[in-house]
Ligand binder design. Structure first.
Ligand code: CA
Length: 237
């Protein structure tokens, strides 16, 4: 058995109402070197989140007394947990449900039945991404547009811009790579994580939303359509 890489161990909150899956999660995550707090419902999860430092949450989609989706929304709505990496567990393969989950603020998803190995590699990738972002400078700037990656708030010409989770991730990616053109497919890979169930038109929907959000600050023209190629964020407008 290979030695555990403790640098990638994390304190993980797992929310799952089915006891057998909860036990299986705890067992496999602990085997991978993580510390696990596993709870059966959203109420307990909120208590854990308020009292323990959590690095990542795994949330079942279908939970009694408040869905996983509501939990994710609550996490994203609070300043202290806004940047918490969240993976959704879902039995559903319906594209709309997964899109809704990602839209509400889940960073990635794994469909049941899942392999512990796949889940662990998703966890690793997500922790790496979030640690990179925590380490990096928290303010990005392109032209007059500023984005604080800790508070998820944007500003342009001293006007505040409120962002939804997906719009935040999309804008962050563009601002990390200004002036570069990305195809829909590339954006799906980089922003949504992996594009198995998400259609390319989802990208267009979020680009339109992001433009709408940027419009009052007159920054919508920075997000440009490049015919036949994709989209780019440009500071030269
Ligand atoms: Ca369930």
């Amino acid at each position: 058995m290979p030695a555990l890489d403790m640098s990638e161990s994390a304190q993980i909150l797992a929310i799952e109402d089915e006891e057998s899956i909860r036990d299986m999660l705890t067992y496999s995550l602990e085997r991978d070197g993580h510390q696990v707090i596993a709870v059966p419902n959203v109420t307990s999860a909120k208590k854990v989140l308020a009292s323990s430092p959590i690095d990542l949450a795994i949330v079942d989609w279908m939970l009694p007394g408040g869905s996983g989706l509501e939990f994710v929304r609550a996490v994203r709505g609070k300043e202290t947990t806004r940047a918490l990496p969240v993976i959704m567990l879902t039995a559903r393969t319906d594209e709309d449900d997964i899109a809704a989950g990602l839209d509400a603020g889940a960073d990635d998803y794994v469909t049941k039945p899942f392999s512990p190995k796949e889940l662990n590699s998703r966890i690793k990738a997500l922790l790496r991404r979030s640690r990179d972002h925590l380490d990096s400078n928290s303010t990005l700037q392109v032209g007059p547009l500023q984005l604080n990656t800790q508070t998820h708030r944007a500003q342009c010409e001293s006007l505040d811009i409120e962002l939804g989770h997906t719009e935040f991730k999309l804008l962050r990616f563009f601002m990390e790579n200004p002036e570069r053109v990305f195809s829909r497919d590339q954006l799906l890979d980089h922003v949504w994580g992996h594009g198995t169930f998400i259609e390319e038109r989802t990208v267009d929907v979020h680009i339109l939303r992001l433009r709408k959000i940027l419009k009052p600050a007159k920054a919508d023209k920075m997000l440009q359509t490049v015919r036949g190629a994709g989209y780019r964020l440009s500071g030269k407008t």
